[in-house]
Design a protein around this ligand. Structure first.
Ligand code: GDP
Ligand code: MN
Length: 380
């Protein structure tokens, strides 16, 4: 779950990270009032759950309160990468001498958290990472030892932080790691950490992504979830308790077990198709869950066919077949369904599908590879 910059900054501030003074506005008039209250040159920043707001025109300086109102009226309502701006953060503008990058995330390949530091911070950090990765210093963290002082020194040295920042950087990094752990984050980032012309060090941007699986114990952060900021299909799936990830292809995928579904995505890809989603109905799924899943998958207008890949263990193939048949009777399904059922009660499941009188095109398949080929043929 993503939180807004102003929310992440509130968290960091509680741990002692210096942030600019400022508040959130939902109207241009509020933005003007905040700027007047601050009494200095301000920066007006769109609050949306995407990166690269600066480059998208969602961050603007305002010299006067009137100008703050004017730029806020331009930024509010703006569409940034598909999200509509409903709030802006109005802050005291920093006089920037230099911008740095500090971040922590999960390095899945290393099976460790990784801390990153760079003197090439700011809006081009993605480009720096792609073209000159040596400019980003990295240290993997041993979960038992935590982030050690010697690692901070390495990061500061290899990241090329100047003396004015280096002095404070260890405490910033330790706090960043503490916030990362305490909030169950999968990403904690300060970009840029700014050195001002009068030699102050402040965080002018902050980013936190919280692990969805930890929200049950993040009592303070969990209520910050904003469905309007999410993919609408993922939000709908979440409401129905389904594990669904929206992708951008045309083959709808429904399977049981995360590993099997991941494998199904690979097989479809290898057969030349593009998966439209990941959807795991889990073990022991009943007919109602199957129907619910099919509904969500078919809400995506790009889906041209659906691939059911069921390996019956705890899940009974006849239950899944009943769900599919019930769905075909009660829903207006226009795309073919390719169904591969194997395992517990597969004979009963196949029999049910074969004898069901249905307006929907049901295509049986014996193996995963066969099903993938059939479904790809139907979508291309
Ligand atoms: P992002 O583009 O979504 O990451 O948003 P940031 O908050 O990182 O802002 C992007 C860029 O705007 C920064 O890299 C700075 O160059 C600039 N910026 C942000 N805050 C200030 C500020 O207070 N003063 C000035 N002069 N520039 C700022
Ligand atoms: Mn940023």
């Amino acid at each position: 779950m993503k939180v807004h910059e102003y929310q992440a900054k509130e968290v960091f501030a509680r741990y002692g990270v210096p942030i600019p003074r400022g508040r959130v506005a939902e109207t241009p008039e509020q933005a003007e009032a905040i700027a007047r209250e601050l009494g200095v040159r301000c920066i007006v920043k769109s609050q949306v759950h995407v990166g690269g707001r600066g480059k998208a025109g969602g961050i603007k300086l305002a010299a006067t309160p009137e100008e703050a109102r004017e730029v806020a009226s331009k930024i509010l309502g703006m569409n940034i990468k598909g999200l509509i701006v409903k709030k802006v953060l109005v802050e005291e503008a920093a006089d920037i001498a230099q911008e740095f990058y500090l971040g922590i995330t999960v390095d899945r390949a290393a099976r460790r958290n990784v801390v990153m530091v760079s003197a090439a911070g700011g809006m081009d950090i993605e480009e720096v990472a792609a073209k000159t990765p040596e400019k980003i210093a990295k240290e993997h963290i041993d979960p038992f030892l935590g982030l050690c002082d010697y690692q901070c020194r390495e990061l500061i040295y290899k990241g090329g932080l100047p003396a004015e920042v280096a002095r404070l950087a260890t405490s910033f990094l330790k706090v960043l790691y503490q916030v990362y752990c305490d909030t169950d984050a999968t990403l904690a980032e300060i970009n840029p950490l700014v050195l001002t012309k009068d030699n102050k060090v402040i965080a002018t941007d902050a980013k936190l992504i919280i692990d969805d699986n930890a929200l049950y114990r993040q009592k303070e952060l969990a209520p910050l979830r904003e469905e309007s900021e999410e993919d609408p299909l993922e939000a709908e799936a979440h409401r129905r308790g389904l594990t669904y990830v929206h992708l951008d292809g045309s083959v709808g995928i429904i399977g049981n077990g995360a590993g099997l579904v991941m494998g199904t995505l690979d097989v479809v890809q290898r057969a030349g198709g593009k998966p439209a989603n990941f959807l795991d109905i889990g073990g022991g799924a009943k007919a109602a869950v199957v129907r619910d899943s099919l509904e969500v998958v078919l809400m995506d207008p790009k889906v041209k066919a659906v691939f059911f890949n069921i390996f019956g263990g705890i899940t009974r193939c006849d239950e899944v077949a009943k769900g599919i048949i019930e769905a075909t009777r009660t829903m207006d399904i226009k795309v073919p369904l390719v169904v591969r059922l194997t395992g517990t009660r597969e004979a009963e499941g196949r029999e049910l599908l074969a004898t069901a009188a249905s307006k929907v095109q049901l295509v049986p398949a014996a193996t995963m590879a066969e099903a993938a080929e059939k479904v790809v043929a139907l979508t291309s």
